[in-house]
Design a protein around this ligand. Structure first.
Ligand code: UGA
Length: 423
């Protein structure tokens, strides 16, 4: 098939590159000239495991452009993969989705023949049918379900391993407006052996939110159990193994620690909470999940103060700044509230992360950034382990108080005092 992808963030680019790998011809559309140039040279503008190789191997089937006209005229299916950031109040900002729908609509006005528009961006229930579809109709002057098709096909890609998640999904969700759209997406995904769930547009939208909310709930749940367990000397990882073997529960996402961050869970749970309010409903469980996650990283400071009650003037090392290992992304990273609290307590903060320091400097320009984890340890009385990078396992923590937020158990062997957050 000939496919266009609007937006080349990690979802759009990975989707485009993987569709090319499956034999389709792909045109990526973005407004960023630098990204376009890089993609056309076979260089991914973001880091994702395996992405560069797939891009290079399929270079003859993928190109990037700013030109919506060229992209829509030369393809049969368009995926909207633009970002849906949060407004200050937590509600979803649909600006980029609306702009994409308007541009596609305008181009459909002058296109002969049927075209399918698929929303892949994470949008709240009702958005594809009640916002995107009317905009497409208004700007194209054509009728959805007759002149063009509409579908919603959420993504479940984890940043960092998105290529693998795309190629080996647990399931594919096809929300469709009209039968022809469903048929085209069935055909596009025909080489996948996983189950395909076919739903209404808004059920597909809700599946995405409910998936992220449930995963975040599992983490907050195990952290709640973990905080209590720690108090009486239980290792929460033993508890997670024990309950995770029950097939109804599953072990995944029961990794206790200092909570969830990133560009998706926080934004999506806030949007869900805001949306519930808008439809006149309360969504208590989500409120609790968010609240547990807000407090969780600060437990590191409580544990630290057990050993150093007054942090004023004390040097504290922070290892790991990104929201998860193997990325430079610090969005909603749990390191942010931890460092903020350390500074409020007037501690001297030395930090290191193999990838994320440049991004962290934009938020905290005045802490000390070290060139290695070893340098963080020099002169620090205590060290907080925020992310599980392999190199943190091999350090000699002799003489230090270590507060471990991510279960780097090797640190226990050498540390003077070792405290795991939930173990
Ligand atoms: C998440 C979902 O996992 C994807 O399925 C979804 O497609 C994506 O959001 C999205 O909506 O686009 P991602 O944000 O990349 O993916 O990161 P995860 O690997 O899910 O981790 C999220 C946070 O949870 C991280 O801060 C991680 O450290 C934390 N986490 C994860 C735990 O604290 N414990 C765990 O057991 C697992």
């Amino acid at each position: 098939m000939n496919i266009s992808i609007i937006g080349t963030g990690y979802v759009g680019l990975v989707t485009g590159v993987c569709f090319a790998k499956l034999g389709n011809k792909v045109i990526c559309v973005d407004i960023n000239e630098k990204k376009i140039e890089m993609i056309n040279k076979g260089v991914p503008p973001i880091y994702e495991e395996g992405l560069e190789q797939v891009l290079v191997e399929n270079k003859n089937r993928i190109e990037a452009t700013r030109d919506y006209r060229y992209a829509i005229q030369n393809t049969d299916v368009t995926f909207i993969c633009v970002g849906t950031p949060s407004e200050d109040d937590g509600s979803i900002d649909l600006k980029f989705v609306k702009e994409a729908a308007e541009e596609i609509g305008e181009q459909l006005r002058n296109k002969d023949g049927w075209h399918l528009v698929v929303v892949k961006s994470t949008v709240l229930p009702g958005t594809t049918g009640e916002v995107v579809l009317p905009l497409l109709e208004r700007y194209s002057g054509k009728k959805a379900g007759v002149d063009f098709g509409v579908a919603m096909n959420p993504e479940f890609l984890r940043e960092g391993i998105a290529v693998r998640d795309f190629l080996e999904p647990d399931r594919i969700v096809i929300g469709y407006y009209d039968d022809k759209s469903r048929e085209v997406l069935r055909k596009l995904y025909s080489s996948f052996s996983c189950p395909i769930v076919e739903t209404s547009l808004s059920a597909a939208e809700m599946i995405k939110y409910a998936s992220n909310a449930f995963l975040a709930t599992k983490i907050s749940f195990i952290n709640e159990i973990g905080n209590r367990s720690k108090k009486i000397g239980i290792d929460t990882y033993e508890v997670a193994s024990g309950i995770g073997m029950d097939k109804r529960i599953g072990r995944a996402f029961l990794g206790s620690g200092i909570g969830w961050g990133g560009s998706c869970f926080p934004k999506d749970l806030n949007a869900l909470r805001y949306w519930a309010k808008e439809i006149g409903e309360k969504i208590d469980i989500i409120n609790s999940v968010i609240e547990v996650n807000r407090k969780q990283p600060l437990r590191m400071i409580d544990l630290l103060k057990k050993h150093i009650p007054n942090l004023n003037g004390k040097t504290v090392g922070v290892l790991g700044l990104a929201f998860k290992p193997y990325t430079d992304d610090i969005r909603e990273s749990r390191s942010i509230p931890v460092v903020r609290r350390l500074l409020e307590e007037k501690a001297i903060v030395k930090a290191y992360d193999p990838k994320a320091m440049d991004n962290f400097k934009k938020v905290f320009p005045h802490i000390t950034y070290c060139s290695s984890a070893v340098t963080v340890l020099e002169g620090s009385e205590a060290v907080l382990i925020i992310k599980k990078w392999d190199e943190f396992r091999r350090l000699d923590y002799s003489g230090k108080i270590v507060i471990d937020g991510r279960r780097v158990l090797e640190a226990k062997k050498t540390a003077r005092i070792y405290e795991g957050v939930c173990w």
